[in-house]
Design a protein around this ligand. Structure first.
Ligand code: SF4
Ligand code: FES
Length: 249
């Protein structure tokens, strides 16, 4: 396939940035989207040009690093896949492909397609953990009975990879789907109960402090999420938040 690429280039956080056109030839349908960008970068390097900066790590849908907005959709036109799992067979010869970074005030652009998502880390630090007594008398987690339905829902929530596609596809740049997944994975388990009230309060407050918008129930986040995180988690987080704060006051 021969393709036209329109890629967001931005030297650094202070640069205004703009879309730049590139032609790329002989792209195999079996390549992943990131491999296609690797080929483009090899050509740019050979010509002495600056390669396009983009984030990636595992390249198998686990780490949440790859974060491209492709033809107006977070992670591109496929469903339930990350950018690194997107293949060029989803495109056809002669296509023009628009490639932009995830855009949100809380995700400032570092360079080209790389954004700073450390705001997610700070939300996690505010409560995305449990404290466990490691004195030697720790109860084996497998000895605590948990209803199968709750275990399944907690596992589903825990599959969130923190990629940020939910934020990028939300008109309000809301992080509610991400935060609700991180709250739900503990709220559904006995191990998460000890710090439950502080967890949901601190994580929601941090989310607001970082500048993410609110949820207006549009549902774009759920559609674009590569892990199929359900909006039900947002309902659960809202209930947890209300209950924690009613009981506190
Ligand atoms: S909820 Fe989905 S889209 Fe949002 S960070 Fe988690 S995996 Fe990514
Ligand atoms: S590079 Fe790890 S999820 Fe895409």
């Amino acid at each position: 396939m021969n393709l036209k690429l329109k890629i967001w280039r931005q030297k650094d956080a202070n640069d205004k940035g703009s879309m730049v056109d590139y032609d790329i030839q002989n792209v195999s349908e079996h390549m992943s989207f990131l491999e296609m960008l690797d080929v483009l970068n090899e050509e740019l390097i050979e010509k002495g040009d600056d390669p396009v900066a983009f984030d990636h790590d595992c390249r198998e849908g686990i780490c949440g690093m790859c974060s491209l907005y492709i033809n107006g959709e977070a992670h591109g036109p496929d469903r339930m896949v990350t950018t690194c799992q997107l293949h060029m067979r989803k495109f056809k010869d002669g296509d023009t492909i628009y490639i932009e970074p995830f855009r949100a005030n809380a995700f400032p652009v570092v360079k080209d397609l790389v954004v700073d998502r450390s705001s997610f880390d700070r939300i996690q630090h505010a409560g995305g953990y449990i404290s466990v007594n490691t004195s030697g008398n720790t109860q084996d987690a497998n000895a605590i009975p948990i209803p199968k339905d709750d275990a399944d829902l907690a596992f589903d929530a825990a599959t969130c990879i923190g990629c940020g596609a939910c934020v990028a596809s939300c008109k309000n740049s809301s992080a509610m789907l991400f935060v609700s997944a991180k709250v739900s994975q503990f709220a559904l388990l006995p191990q998460g109960q000890v710090e439950a009230k502080d967890r949901v309060t601190n994580m929601v407050n941090k989310m607001d402090e970082e500048g993410f918008g609110n949820c207006t129930n549009t549902g774009a986040c759920e559609v674009q999420c590569p892990k199929g995180i359900s909006l039900d988690n947002i309902s659960r987080m809202n209930r947890e938040f209300l209950s924690a704060n009613l009981k506190k006051s």
